[in-house]
Design a protein around this ligand. Structure first.
Ligand SMILES: [Zn+2]
Ligand SMILES: [Zn+2]
Length: 188
């Protein structure tokens, strides 16, 4: 037994992550299962991102070392982007029904909600979060205490939403209102 056991287990190496990603793509019946996976220490707020044409996934070692239970979810989230691209081509919404059905096939909740950290007090009332819902197709946006996934008021699409949540405080609401579409996309 080694004596230098750490409190947190080390992060898996890229070869192990590539094996797991290939397993997911095989499970999704993608003919070509090869995906490169890399740890990128320069990522700050993004847990992971996928480069579709390059068939490459980058993961954030600082965030995922603190929340190792998120790693399988983030890896599947990004792998599903690559699988959806290979199966359905480039003209599908990033988190639309194709991507969501792949996440469900992998037994995972297709959550597209990211939380932005806000300094200050936590909300004390029952309502814990405000949600910003942005339509990826037309940019239509709503800030509300709950997210609805009906048809978009702007373009009537149902499957183009990106969602960011923040604590249900004035600072949280203001932060959500200030997020640009590009910033919302960068969080996903
Ligand atoms: Zn829309
Ligand atoms: Zn995504």
């Amino acid at each position: 037994m080694r004596s230098d056991a750490r409190v947190t287990p080390p992060l898996p190496d890229p070869a192990e992550l590539e094996r797991r990603a290939a397993e997911l793509l095989a499970q999704w019946r993608v003919p070509q299962t090869g995906v490169a996976v890399q740890w990128n220490r320069r990522l700050s707020t993004t847990a992971g991102r996928a480069f579709l044409r390059g068939a490459r996934i980058e993961l954030n070692p600082k965030l995922l070392a603190r929340a190792p239970e998120q790693l399988p979810i983030v890896l599947a989230h990004e792998a599903a982007h690559i699988a959806a691209f290979r199966l359905f081509g480039p003209n599908i919404p990033a988190h639309g029904r194709h991507w969501r059905s792949l996440m469900r096939l992998a037994g995972l909740e297709p959550s597209i909600t990211h939380e932005i950290p806000i300094e200050g007090r936590r909300p004390r009332r029952r309502r814990r979060h405000f949600y910003l819902r942005v339509c990826e197709r037309c940019g239509d946006r709503q800030v509300a205490a709950a997210v609805r996934y009906g048809r978009c008021h702007g373009c009537s699409a149902r499957d183009g939403y990106l969602v960011v949540k923040a604590p249900a405080t004035t600072a949280g609401r203001t932060a959500l209102e200030r997020l640009s579409l590009a910033e919302v996309k960068a969080l996903h």
